[in-house]
Design a binder for this molecule. Structure first.
Ligand code: ADE
Length: 340
């Protein structure tokens, strides 16, 4: 039951990526939120530019939809460099990586999304490339195998991952920066929504943008997606601006509640409460109950409900919190006995 939802932060790919391209900030000046991280990046970029050097390799980690790809584009733009985008799973063989690396010019940015899914054999090739800007190519594999060293131009890898814990130590050590993206606050999301509405030539009130921001799960990608759906609704219902009522009606019909939880979030928490007595329960058991992928639950569902206090993760498994019971309208005798 791969449940489709508009509040899922994972990209739906193709068309959506194109649609969002116009909404993406292109420079630090346009970028809203992640203040501390942006300050750090600005200093790194200015320092590298003043020295005329490429930027050190950078690793971004954090839940999907918070702008890791966007930031890679911003960095390339600020460094006045070109960007090449790929992903861990797309680099199946060392030759795929070598082909890309040998074409990079000095200062270019290579963006590798889902870098935790880089095959082991490819990862081994990336170490000397990152460290010494050279790769050892094996020629004529077999008894007469020879290796030749290929010199590369100094480039910058920007890696992105939703699962920092799955990156091997040797790979992590080769990044000069390791930066975590946080969920966005409602005020920042409201500013992003207002900016996007301007780009889309859509009228929106302060209450309208706030209602959408509240339900965007701390995630710009979701905020922009909700804005688009609300804009469609406003148009069809002949409302001339997105006000609070319009925003709430539009999100209600899309199954997004006032805390930004969608049906899958509510099903997830309800399963823990009803099937497993509130937990603790292992994520694989929940995945089986919901007929969902375990990784989807870990990457996409859990980060937000954990951050918002609906879920606790303990050594014995997942536990629904008192807040989850209240939000979903469940009562429980002896709530003070809630397991920690
Ligand atoms: N659109 C998506 N993310 C954004 C951000 N962080 N700042 C401005 N616009 C955005």
């Amino acid at each position: 039951m791969a449940l489709e939802s508009i509040v899922r932060a994972d990209s739906t790919g193709g068309t959506e990526e194109r649609d969002f391209a116009s909404l993406r900030p292109k420079s630090f000046a346009e970028y809203i939120g992640q203040k501390e991280l942006i300050e750090n990046l600005k200093i790194a970029v200015q320092a590298a530019r003043e020295r005329g050097e490429p930027l050190d390799h950078l690793l971004f980690h954090g839940p999907p939809g918070l702008g890791k790809t966007t930031l890679a584009y911003v960095i390339a733009e600020e460094m006045q460099a070109e960007i090449v985008c790929t992903s861990g799973p797309a680099l199946e063989r060392p030759a795929d990586l070598v082909g890309i690396l040998t074409n990079l010019k000095r200062g270019d940015v290579l963006f590798i999304d889902e870098i935790h899914r880089l095959p082991r054999i490819v990862e081994e090739y990336i170490y000397p490339a990152m460290e010494d800007f050279e790769i050892d190519m094996v020629i004529d594999p077999g008894p007469h195998a020879r290796t030749v060293k290929l010199e590369l131009n100094h480039f910058t890898i920007v890696g992105a991952t939703t699962r920092a814990g799955l990156i091997t130590g040797p790979l992590r050590d080769r990044f000069g920066f390791s930066l975590h993206l946080e969920f966005y606050g409602v005020k920042d999301l409201q500013t992003i929504i207002t900016r996007s509405a301007g780009i889309l030539s859509t009228k929106i009130t302060g209450e309208g943008s706030e209602s959408i921001a509240f339900r965007s799960r701390g995630t710009p990608r979701i905020a922009n997606r909700l804005l688009r759906r609300t804009r469609d609704y406003a148009q069809v219902m002949r409302r001339d601006a997105i006000d609070e009522v319009t925003a709430i009606e539009a999100m209600d019909i899309n199954g997004v509640d006032e805390a930004g939880l969608d049906r899958l979030d509510r099903n997830y928490l309800t399963a823990i409460i009803k099937q497993y007595g509130g937990g603790p329960v292992g994520v694989s058991a929940i995945a089986a109950t919901l007929n969902e992928e375990r990784d989807t639950l870990i990457d996409v569902v859990e980060p937000f409900i954990l951050a918002r206090g609906f879920l606790n993760r303990t050594s014995r498994g997942r536990v629904a919190t008192a807040l989850a019971y209240r939000h979903l309208g469940f009562t429980r005798a002896g709530q003070e006995e809630l397991p920690l």
